[in-house]
Design a protein around this ligand. Structure first.
Ligand code: CP
Length: 301
């Protein structure tokens, strides 16, 4: 089965991926950081939208499992000659691909490719909809840091409306037992939040003292996020994690960010470098978590 969303995924399935990621973390710490688990499998990375972390992390994960990897970049492809998304996917499938990792700016594109082809599909981020592997690596990072996720109080702060990371984390973290609060100005709160298992507030300052995890999001300018508040300084004054706000957090709390960061906007530069900011741990953990997901999907085939 493909991996397209965290919504509705059972806690037991999420935990299986996290346990597998523990094992792959151990593999990545060995002198020879490769296992033959997916030898002979062919994975295609289809990135129709830009990426640094996710694309390279999937590539690293696939190679560490001994899979063969093909990477497609939209900018240098025949999309510019008018080829459709469907024909692009069918063309790549015809080369013998077992699994496609798909990022696209449109919600639902990975699901359409899953319907059109016989390949397994992993959603690497679709529009403002879902980024499930990001949520799993975030959960893994919190589990390794705190020893568990049950009962953790997580504040996801910023452009919730346009954030696939917020949506994926909301469902994954609550399934694993966390309490999630979404913090955003009214104009950056999603319209569908009444149906979500999360509290919603406009006030970051009221949340600080009762938060174990501050999960910061950047303003998604490419999806219109900057057009719905008066000015950037005004946004920073209410939602930026400044040194003053950081000092009001519980001493055991941590800061996460999916990247890319806008230092000086959602996060102060000094806070981004603080030992309690686990931002590079998230990146490092992403490789083992994506190995776990690829192995869970392809290993049994
Ligand atoms: N977190 C994340 O998705 O980053 P990239 O856009 O660089 O892949």
């Amino acid at each position: 089965m493909s991996f397209l969303t965290t919504e509705g995924v059972a806690r037991s399935e999420l935990e299986k991926i996290l346990y597998l990621a523990d094992e792959f973390t151990e593999v990545l710490a060995r002198p020879i950081r490769i296992v033959p688990a997916l030898q002979g499998k062919l994975i295609a990375n289809l990135f129709f939208e830009n990426s640094t972390r996710t694309r390279l992390s999937f590539e690293r994960a696939a190679r560490a499992l001994s899979a063969d990897v093909m990477t497609f970049s939209a900018g240098s492809s025949s999309l510019s000659k008018g080829e459709s998304l469907k024909d692009t996917a069918l063309t790549i499938e015809a080369m013998g691909v077992d699994l496609m990792v798909v990022r696209h700016s449109s919600t639902g594109a990975p699901r359409r490719i899953d319907q059109w082809t016989s390949c397994l599909v992993v959603n690497a981020g679709d529009g403002a909809h879902q980024h499930p592997t990001q949520a799993l690596l975030d959960a893994f990072t919190l589990r390794r840091h705190f020893g568990g996720i049950e009962g953790l109080r997580v504040a996801i702060v910023g452009d919730i409306r346009h954030s696939r990371v917020a949506r994926s984390n909301l469902f994954a973290l609550t399934a694993l037992g966390a309490q999630v609060t979404l913090v955003a100005p009214r104009t950056l709160q999603p319209v569908e939040y009444q149906d979500w298992p999360a509290a919603v507030t406009e006030s970051l300052d009221e949340e600080l003292s009762r938060t174990d995890v501050v999960y910061l999001l950047r303003i998604q300018t490419e999806r219109g996020g900057a057009s719905v508040f008066p000015s950037l300084p005004e946004y920073v004054s209410r939602y930026g994690l400044t040194r003053e706000r950081f000092a009001r957090l519980p001493k055991e709390s941590v800061v996460l960010h999916p990247g890319p960061m806008n230092r000086g906007v959602e996060i102060d530069d000094e806070i981004a470098r603080h030992p309690r900011a686990l931002i590079l741990d998230q990146v490092a953990n992403g490789v083992a978590v994506r190995m776990a997901i690829l192995f869970r999907l392809l290993g049994a085939r």
